[in-house]
Design a protein around this ligand. Structure first.
Ligand code: GTP
Ligand code: MG
Length: 458
């Protein structure tokens, strides 16, 4: 598969800050691990030389404990990803929204109840896409949407079970930023919210409630998010009013409906869930058409866009000025072919088309801004603090070790000096004694010789 071209929206730098932070924290933990391994090796050699050294054994076991802790954190860090979870009632367009973000039809979408279990979309460095179904480590190759839909339909899956859909990172920019997108069955499908939250939500960095702009938020949707709010403190929740293209058919009511949705959504986030401040709540509510965005992005990647989009812009302008005559009808036909998602039954539903496209991009931007900040804090801060604590403890430990070694050394040096002094003293004493003995021998010898001479003269 060909890597996608840049679509002009610079999402990479926001998501890249997460990847960059992850690399930096990982590198620091690698350094700490290497240092601990060196300490462990050094102490082991020390112990070999002096096995009875109880102190060293104590140090060694502490260092081994830190090493195990650092290895565990490194392992968790290398697996850390940003998780975005999408919830909402059946058919609101959760899977379509994820596809629009991926810029391709990856997840099955359709009328009625389509997604029948949790699906997580991951990036990998492998060249081919595959899926992992619960209870098996088999990587099943699925190259297309039809193959995925077919594979899923053959599985008898519980709504709370998870199928992992893995695509090459090179294919999707968003996945190269270590992002996992989690699709869910409709909140009206199962009442097992606690099970869903325990299994899929506790490590999510952001939740997107995909609502239907054609109706109000439902009781089940609200109930689900109340539960999420009970399990997690101040979750990051975004509300996307999808199918906003429907508003184009009633342009006179558009503003009224929008304001109604906006004030209810803000009140839900601020007053009911209390998960965001009032001043920031407007940046959490969006009015989009995932289907239009998906179609536009797909068309763009299929090479149509510039000319096609120009034609569409033209049509919209002409229609706005009521200049779309039968002569220009040909434009309608061309654009219907170029961008089928924007039209319904040949009629152009173009009011706010570009505004909806921009709103989708704005939604992605705010989402990424929020997660790049909050994920770095939630995922790395506690690890960085633990790493720092370990480094500090290790420093104290090694200082103690150096202290006790130098104390030992100075005691040894003192003893050595004492021995040397004693030796010197003994040597001096010996020399004195030797001299005295020599004198004595001399004295005795001369005495004996004197006595012998005396005896001989007698
Ligand atoms: P389940 O998986 O069944 O819970 O549904 P879902 O929320 O994943 O909805 P899905 O993405 O499958 O979309 C349901 C239907 O709505 C599909 O036919 C989509 O093409 C259509 N749809 C999704 N988004 C939009 C939109 O923005 N506008 C319009 N007009 N139709 C949309
Ligand atoms: Mg779905």
């Amino acid at each position: 598969t060909e890597p996608l071209q840049d679509d002009g929206v610079d999402k990479e730098h926001l998501l890249h800050s997460f990847v960059e932070a992850k690399e930096k924290v990982n590198a620091k933990f690698r350094d700490l691990k290497k240092y601990l391994e060196d300490c462990e090796k050094f102490l082991a050699e020390f112990r070999k030389a002096d096995e009875n050294e109880r102190d060293i054994k104590k140090f060694s076991s502490k260092v081994s404990g830190y090493l195990a802790q650092v290895s565990r954190i490194s392992e968790v860090l290398s697996r850390d990803q940003i998780k975005m979870a999408f919830f909402g009632r059946t058919s609101n367009g959760k899977s379509t929204t994820i596809n629009a973000m991926l810029q391709d039809k990856i997840l099955p979408t359709g009328l009625g109840h389509t997604t029948n279990c949790f699906l997580s979309v991951h990036g990998s460095d492998l060249p081919d896409p595959y899926i992992l179904v619960p209870g098996s480590d088999d990587k099943r190759n699925v190259k297309s949407l039809d193959e995925l839909a077919d594979a899923l339909s053959k599985e008898k899956l519980d709504p709370s079970s998870l199928v992992q859909v893995v695509w090459p990172k090179s294919r999707f920019k968003i996945l190269s930023g270590d992002v996992v997108l989690v699709d869910s069955p409709g909140t009206d499908v199962s009442p097992d919210y606690d099970g869903w939250i325990d299994k899929h939500c506790l490590d999510a960095d952001v939740f997107v409630l995909v609502a239907n702009a054609e109706s109000a938020l439902t009781v089940t949707e609200k109930k689900f998010f109340h539960k999420v709010n009970q399990h997690l403190s101040k979750p990051n929740i975004f509300i996307v009013h999808n199918r906003w293209d429907a508003s184009a058919s009633e342009p006179d009511k558009m503003e009224l409906v929008k304001n109604q949705h906006l004030s209810r959504s803000i009140s839900f986030l601020v007053d009911e869930l209390k998960c965001v401040d009032k001043g920031k709540a407007e940046d959490r509510v969006f009015f989009v058409s995932a289907k239009e965005t998906l179609m536009t992005r797909m068309q763009k990647h299929q090479g149509m866009p510039q000319g096609g989009l120009w034609l569409i812009k033209m049509c919209i302008l002409l229609k706005q000025h009521e200049l779309l005559t039968s002569k220009i009808f040909i434009l309608n036909q061309v654009t219907s072919i170029a961008l089928p998602g924007c039209f319904s039954g040949g009629a152009i539903h173009d009011e706010g088309f570009f505004a909806r496209q921009l709103e989708f991009e704005n939604f992605e931007h705010k989402l990424e801004e929020c997660i790049s900040k909050s994920a770095i804090k939630t995922k790395f801060e506690s690890h960085a603090v633990s790493g720092l604590k370990i480094a500090k403890k290790l420093k104290i430990l090694m200082e103690q070790r150096v202290g006790s070694t130098s104390q030992q050394r100075s005691t040894q040096e003192k003893a050595k000096k004492e021995q040397e002094n004693r030796l010197k003293f003994v040597k001096e004493q010996l020399e004195i004694s030797t001299r005295e003995i020599k004198c004595l021998i001399k004295e005795i010898t001369s005495k004996v010789e004197g006595q012998v001479t005396e005896a001989m003269t007698e």
